[in-house]
Design a binder for this molecule. Structure first.
Ligand SMILES: Cc1cc2nc3c(=O)[nH]c(=O)nc-3n(C[C@H](O)[C@H](O)[C@H](O)COP(=O)(O)OP(=O)(O)OC[C@H]3O[C@@H](n4cnc5c(N)ncnc54)[C@H](O)[C@@H]3O)c2cc1C
Length: 481
């Protein structure tokens, strides 16, 4: 097949503003391909919730490709082997793709490069996942940044990201290779179907991403600056799963936000704050390219000696939202029931696991990896290490969130907590975050029987705090080479 190329989709499941796809379209016939390589990533292969999203995202991408007269070829197996097979079957020579930043991406790409070269073609990789390529952002001394604020300042001094490009026209091959049927991959849970109802909460795919961005910028961004910490309020964009799967490009977000700023200069502060959070996503990828072991090992090596504890019952109580601390339980249940958790609550539950329960941040990172629709290797690892104190530019370990005060401050009227912990729906505000202090009569009137209808706290806040600080103090004696 003359001048045919594969476009190898990974976490870039969109047609618009995809430089690699545009380049492929200019080179001749294009065969769009997605490979489900179950082993890719080892311990970090796609988690359960992400698989649900992937299924729906691929369905939408296939439909979008059909609408422009093309197709999506689905194949399952080891990536390099499948690409080699496809090149042979179709006679295509080149493989186009977008750059990805996972630690295993380079090795896989080297394999793809080899098979493309053996077929007489080349592997051609394009940006499209980040606003700024990590190697282009350097300190005055030429080294990578380790602290967010100067990193983002340096990003903002770069020339503005290029304007997003529309979806290209694709020329089809004369003959399409065989494609798997998506349903046979069984990406969605069945028995039990723990994702029931998720399709009413989320609309994966490029159109859903664009709606989420526009709705946020039109209706919610004005409250983002000072309202993004309140989990009961719809003040954040909920774009993270779309970004994780590349259904929207950060350039599209950047420019749509810049245009919104021009239309509504009063909202400039909120919009800049929102863009700086997109900057955190860039920063996490910047850190992972410096330290690819970040998902598994502490950035600050001293923390490899932290006296983490193992306690299966406490871990289960945390995972299932039965710790006896209402704001923690609300967050963990939101996660299980929707595949998402508000950022403020993510910070509080992560602090509780690593400080009140003294459990390794990796336990939390792995649970989030399986349960989050937006589970992203770089953002998840960096955020867990940020909360747990071991990361670059981390929150210091001794800053321990008080789960009672956090609930009282960020969900004062209890709308979020009562929704996810309905057994406390009738508790008066005064005791909502510390039901164990409520008088017997109050508990009875609220229909709460501690230890029966709602758990007693699994640890005492003050004691746990002291124990965590003592554990942290042991690091002072660790001498590093
Ligand atoms: C323990 C912990 C684990 C996390 N794991 C993930 C993860 O696996 N995947 C993930 O995308 N985010 C993760 N985050 C970051 C953050 O919680 C989510 O990105 C955010 O809640 C997504 O909601 P949103 O899209 O409404 O965010 P918005 O506030 O609307 O922000 C816009 C976008 O900016 C990015 N962003 C925002 N905050 C952060 C941050 N702190 N770090 C990196 N990027 C950020 C996201 O892409 C987000 O969609 C984690 C945070 C914590 C504390």
């Amino acid at each position: 097949m003359a001048n045919a190329s594969l476009y190898w989709f990974r976490q870039d499941l969109r047609l618009a503003d995809l430089p690699g796809l545009i380049a492929a379209s200019k080179s001749g016939q294009v065969i769009p391909v997605f490979i489900f390589d179950e082993a890719l990533g080892g311990d970090w292969k796609l988690g359960g919730a992400s698989q649900w999203w992937l299924h729906h995202s691929l369905q939408k991408l296939a439909a979008d490709l059909r609408a422009i007269g093309s197709r999506l070829v689905l194949r399952r197996g080891e990536t390099v082997h499948v690409i080699a097979q496809l090149l042979e079957e179709t006679g295509a020579q080149n493989v186009f793709a977008s750059r990805q930043y996972q630690p295993w991406a380079d090795e896989t790409e080297q394999g793809v490069r080899k098979v493309a070269e053996s077929a007489g073609g080349a592997f051609k990789r394009y940006p499209g996942t980040l606003l700024f390529e990590p190697e282009n952002i350097r300190t005055g001394g030429g080294t990578p940044f380790k602290v967010f604020t100067p990193f983002w300042r340096a990003c903002l001094k770069q020339p503005a990201p290029a304007q997003p490009q529309p979806a290209p026209t694709l020329t089809s091959p004369n003959e399409w290779p065989h494609s798997d049927v998506l349903d046979t991959w069984e990406l969605c849970p069945k028995k039990p179907n723990w994702a029931q109802g998720w399709d009413t909460l989320w609309t994966p795919g490029e159109a859903g991403a664009s709606t989420a961005l526009n709705t946020f910028l039109e209706s919610h961004v004005n409250r983002y600056g000072d309202g993004r910490d309140f989990p009961a309020q719809p003040n954040t964009s909920r774009l993270s799963p779309f970004l994780k799967f590349g259904e929207i490009s950060p350039r599209q977000i950047w420019w749509t936000a810049q245009n919104a700023k021009q239309r509504s200069p009063n909202e400039g502060g909120s919009i800049d704050k929102f863009l700086s959070e997109i900057g955190w996503r860039e920063f996490c990828n910047h850190l992972v390219t410096q330290f690819p072991a970040m998902p598994d090992r502490a950035w600050n090596p001293k923390f490899e000696y932290f006296p983490w504890q193992r306690h299966a019952a406490n871990l289960t109580a945390w995972q299932s939202g039965n710790t006896g601390y209402p704001i923690i339980d609300a967050g963990m249940r939101e996660l299980w029931q929707t595949g998402f958790m508000h950022n403020r609550v993510r910070m509080v539950v992560a602090s509780f696991l690593t400080k009140h329960l003294l459990m390794h941040w990796r336990e939390g990172e792995q649970w989030f990896w399986d349960c989050l629709l937006d589970a992203d290797l770089a953002s998840n690892a960096c955020s867990w290490q940020w909360v747990g104190g071991s990361g670059a530019d981390a929150s210091p370990y001794f800053r321990i969130f008080n789960p009672i005060a956090q609930g009282e401050k960020f969900d004062k009227s209890g709308v979020y907590t009562r929704h996810w912990v309905p057994e406390l729906a009738e508790m008066p505000d005064k005791y909502l975050y510390k039901p164990w202090e409520a008088p017997e009569l109050t508990l009875k009137a609220a229909g709460v029987e501690l230890g029966k209808t709602y758990p007693n706290p699994i640890v005492d806040h003050r004691e746990a705090r002291e124990t965590a600080l003592e554990a942290y103090a042991t690091l002072k004696n660790v001498a590093m080479a």
